[in-house]
Design a protein around this ligand. Structure first.
Ligand SMILES: C=CC1=C(C)c2cc3[nH]c(cc4nc(cc5[nH]c(cc1n2)c(C)c5CCC(=O)O)C(CCC(=O)O)=C4C)c(C)c3C=C
Ligand SMILES: [Fe+2]
Ligand SMILES: [Fe+2]
Length: 344
C-alpha cells in the first residue's frame, strides 16, 4: 500500500500542537441536473451498502439496469424545480457552504480551520480532509450533519472519513460528533425558526406536521436507532412549543422502493387531513439541517399539490435551519462541546 503524503505550508508541527480542524459532512447532491449528472450521483449514493443493504450481486443489476435508467430523469426534473440558479448548484450545497462559512467566522480568532465535504458527489470528503491536513490540522472533529443517528447517514459519513485516513501515513487524531436529537440548543433553534415562520402567516395553521426522512422498517428492526431519535426530537420540540401530539404529529417521507418504511407516511397522512376538517397546515422537517430536494420539492411541490387537490387551503413550509444565525449558533455550541480539552 502506498501512502499519500500531504505537506503543509511549513514543517509539520509536533503532534498535538498543530491546528484543530472541523469537518462538516453533508449527504451530497448532483453537480448538475442533467441525466448523466444525476445518474452519477445516484449511482454512487445507491451503491453504498450502508444505504442499500441488499447483496450487491442482486442489487447492482437492478440499480444499473432499471433504477438508473428511469430515476435520473424524474429526479433531474425535480432538481431543476428547486435549483439555485444564481450559483448554479443545488440548495443543499449552498446551505452547507453557508453553514461552514458561518462556523469558520465563529472560530476566526482561534487555532481552528473549518472545511466541508459531501458523502456523495463533490466536494468530496477526501478533498475536505486534505484541505484541513494541508492547513496543519493534526486533530479533526468530524461533524456529520444529521441530528438523528442512522447507519445510512451518520455512520457512512464517518466511514468515508476513515476510508480516506487509511491512505495517510501520518493520521490526524479524530473525534466524531454524536447525534444531537434532543440537544437543547438544537430544539431551541428549531422552535425559534418555527416561531419566526409562523409569525409571518396571516392566519395560524391548525396543525404543524413534522416530516422526517424515512428509513426501511427492516433497518430499524435490526437495531438502527433512527426512529427513537426522531421521536426524541419531536417530544422535545412539542414540549418547547407547548404543543401536543395532536397539534404536532410525526410522519416519515421519501420512501424508496417496494419495502415497508417507517410509518405514518407523510404524503397520505397530509392528503387525508382536509377530510378531517384540517385545511391549513404548516410542515416542519427537523431531520434536515438544510433545505434540499426532499423538503423543497417532495413536500413543497408534490405533497402540497396533493393536499390542495384533496381540499386543503394552505400548506406553509417552515424552513430548515439552513445558514441562519440559529444554525450557526447550534453548530458552534456542538463543536465547542466536542472540542473540550483540545481548545480552551
Ligand atoms: C434506500 C434509499 C435511501 C435511504 C435509506 C435514505 C436515507 C436517508 N436520506 C437522508 C437525507 C437525504 N436524502 C436525500 C435524497 C435522497 N435519498 C434517497 C434514498 C435514500 N435515503 C434518494 C434516492 C435521494 C435522491 C433524491 C431523489 O432521487 O429522489 C437528500 C437530499 C439530497 C439533495 O441533493 O437535495 C437528503 C438530505 C436521511 C436523513 C436518511 C436517513 C434517515
Ligand atoms: Fe435520502
Ligand atoms: Fe424524495
Amino acid at each position: 500500500m502506498s501512502f499519500l503524503h500531504i505537506s503543509g505550508p511549513s514543517a509539520p508541527a509536533p503532534m498535538g500542537q498543530g491546528r484543530i480542524g472541523i469537518l462538516l459532512i453533508s449527504l451530497g447532491t448532483p453537480d448538475d441536473t442533467s441525466f448523466s449528472g444525476v445518474r452519477r450521483y445516484l449511482s454512487e449514493f445507491l451503491s453504498d451498502q450502508r444505504v442499500i443493504e441488499a447483496s450487491p450481486v442482486v442489487w447492482q443489476p437492478i440499480l444499473q439496469g432499471v433504477v438508473l435508467t428511469v430515476r435520473p430523469r424524474r429526479s433531474g426534473a425535480a432538481y431543476r424545480r428547486i435549483w439555485n440558479t444564481g450559483r448554479d448548484e443545488s440548495p443543499l450545497r449552498t446551505y452547507t457552504r453557508e453553514q461552514a462559512d458561518g462556523l469558520a467566522k465563529q472560530f476566526a480568532d482561534e487555532n481552528v480551520s473549518v472545511a466541508w465535504g459531501m458523502r456523495y458527489g463533490s466536494p468530496s470528503v477526501a478533498t475536505a480532509v486534505e484541505e484541513l491536513v494541508t492547513a496543519g490540522c493534526d486533530r479533526i472533529l468530524c461533524m456529520p450533519l444529521y441530528p438523528q443517528y442512522s447507519a445510512t447517514t451518520t455512520a457512512t459519513a464517518n466511514d468515508q472519513l476513515f476510508r480516506f485516513l487509511m491512505k495517510l501515513r501520518r493520521q490526524p487524531a479524530i473525534r466524531t460528533l454524536p447525534a444531537f436529537a434532543d440537544h437543547p440548543v438544537y430544539i431551541r433553534a428549531l422552535a425559534e425558526t418555527a416561531r419566526q415562520a409562523l409569525s409571518a402567516l396571516s392566519v395560524p395553521p391548525q396543525m404543524i406536521v413534522t416530516s422526517f426522512h424515512g428509513l426501511p422498517k427492516d433497518y430499524v428492526a435490526k437495531g438502527d436507532p433512527y426512529r427513537e431519535d426522531c421521536m426524541r426530537t419531536v417530544i422535545a420540540l412539542r414540549a418547547a412549543m407547548g404543543m401536543t401530539e395532536a397539534d404536532m404529529p410525526l410522519t416519515f417521507q421519501s420512501r424508496f422502493g417496494p419495502a415497508k418504511w417507517l410509518e405514518p407516511y407523510t404524503a397520505p397522512f397530509i392528503a387525508g387531513l382536509p377530510a378531517k376538517g384540517i385545511r391549513r397546515i404548516a410542515v416542519m422537517m427537523p431531520g434536515f439541517m438544510a433545505d434540499c430536494i426532499e423538503t423543497l420539492d417532495e413536500i413543497g411541490n408534490e405533497v402540497r399539490a396533493e393536499f390542495l387537490t384533496a381540499g386543503g387551503e394552505e400548506l406553509s413550509l417552515i424552513p430548515c435551519l439552513n445558514g441562519s444565525p440559529e444554525a450557526i449558533g447550534l453548530l458552534e455550541a456542538l463543536a465547542r462541546s466536542e472540542l473540550q480539552g483540545w481548545i480552551a
